[in-house]
Design a protein. Structure first.
Lengths: 196, 194
């Protein structure tokens, strides 16, 4: 069975965005490197550090789908219709947005009946590939329901002091198995398997 | 200049101890975050890291919570967390009863305690023990280095190592090492709040 994974850039004190949902600081490592590469968001091509571009492309190859929440979808302005990972997306929402329903070429499937349903739908779409989860609220619910298999953290050397936490109010101690640690001065990549 | 370092084991979600901790249940509802360096499960690398720390620290600064929880019988016994290494306890009121001479009680704040600890530590480092003094000292620009041993566990609650900050503090990673029980990260504090 394919894995349900998540990956976030996170400050040392656990924030994946600042108090205004700003991600510039946690994504700063994307811009640091001697050589460059490209990622596409919507119709726009972004030049970032080659290492970071490869990292995103690799994540896009491993994942067959990205599950996200309406809040993230809105903040990212629907990624202009194409996520950097270039995968189909399942969006959890109470009310699917009009402009994306039945729109040709839309990568979005809207699910209104909760996380287990969204994950099930995502598995269908992903087939053999992994299901990636891209919103903190969905990560939290997946952890609570025992649906998450793997966690990738890009740990950034900064203390933000406030903002949006990735891990918030998990009910009981949850054991992880660290499977990898790598990176540079600017980011430490940690990979964990959730022990069930 | 004597370095002030914070060296703490922490869960991936940032807690140094689980909820409802006490003298009787030191880890509370969480798990033992020191297993990587102490006790039967500790491996050689972990024990060596702990010894390096012990050898390098000239004085310790801690808060009243750490002190009350661990001092004396059933805890640190006649010494402090590192035996005879002098400890400066930041507290509002000096305790009424007397305690072993390893402890000095400082009632005029963490900056004063760190200053006194620096004096005693000399060429060794000052170790900050516990989350409270870390959260007090960091915004005052008094912390030079942060070493965290990230344990592969999510506790969901407890005492967080890091607190709220008025503005971001930039760090630079100086060390990374993965061992069986933890991922060890060292950081230098770059932009110090003034």
């Amino acid at each position: 069975m394919s894995k349900v994974t998540t990956g976030f850039s996170m400050s040392l004190d656990g924030f994946v965005a600042d108090e205004n949902d700003g991600v510039d600081r946690v994504f700063k490592w994307y811009g640091i490197g001697d050589t460059t590469g490209e990622v596409q968001i919507g119709d726009a091509t972004w030049t970032i550090a080659e290492e970071a571009a490869e990292y995103i492309q690799e994540a896009g190859r491993a994942a067959g789908v990205l599950v996200t929440a309406r809040r993230t979808f809105d903040l990212a302005k629907a990624w202009g219709g194409r996520h950097p990972m270039d995968v189909p997306m399942v969006v959890l929402t109470h009310t699917p947005p009009e402009e994306w329903i039945n729109r040709e070429g839309s990568p979005f499937t809207f699910v209104t009946d909760g996380v287990p349903s969204a994950i099930a739908k995502a598995r269908e779409i992903a087939g053999e590939k992994d299901v990636a989860v891209g919103a903190p609220s969905v990560v939290k619910e997946c952890l609570r329901l025992g649906l998450l298999d793997e966690i990738h953290i890009d740990l950034v050397p900064v203390l933000l002091g406030k903002g949006v936490r990735l891990f918030d109010g998990i009910a009981t101690p949850l054991e992880l198995l660290v499977t990898a640690a790598s990176g540079s001065r600017h980011v430490t990549h940690l990979t964990y398997r959730v022990v069930k | 200049m004597t370095l002030v370092i914070c060296d703490m084991s922490v869960s991936l979600d940032g807690f140094v101890v689980g909820p409802n901790d006490s003298r009787e249940r030191p880890w509370g509802d969480g798990v033992n975050l020191h297993a990587w360096m102490l006790g039967g499960a500790a491996d050689e690398e972990g024990r060596a890291m702990l010894q390096d720390y012990i050898d390098g620290v000239g004085a310790i600064v801690m808060g009243r919570t750490s002190f009350d929880k661990n001092e004396g019988d059933g805890g640190w016994g006649e010494g402090g967390p590192l035996g005879a290494t002098p400890c400066f306890v930041v507290t509002h009121n000096k305790p009424a009863t007397s305690y072993p001479p390893v402890y000095t009680f400082v009632t005029d704040g963490v900056a004063s305690a760190i200053k006194q600890a620096r004096h005693v530590a000399g060429s060794k480092v000052v170790g900050l023990h516990g989350a409270t003094v870390m959260q007090q000292a960091l915004p005052l620009g008094l912390v030079d280095e942060i070493r965290v041993h990230v344990i592969p566990v999510l506790l969901g609650g407890g005492t967080p190592l890091f607190g709220a900050l008025a503005s971001a503090i930039t760090l630079e990673r100086t060390a990374v090492q993965a061992t069986a029980g933890a991922t060890h990260l060292g950081f230098r504090v770059v932009n110090r709040p003034t």
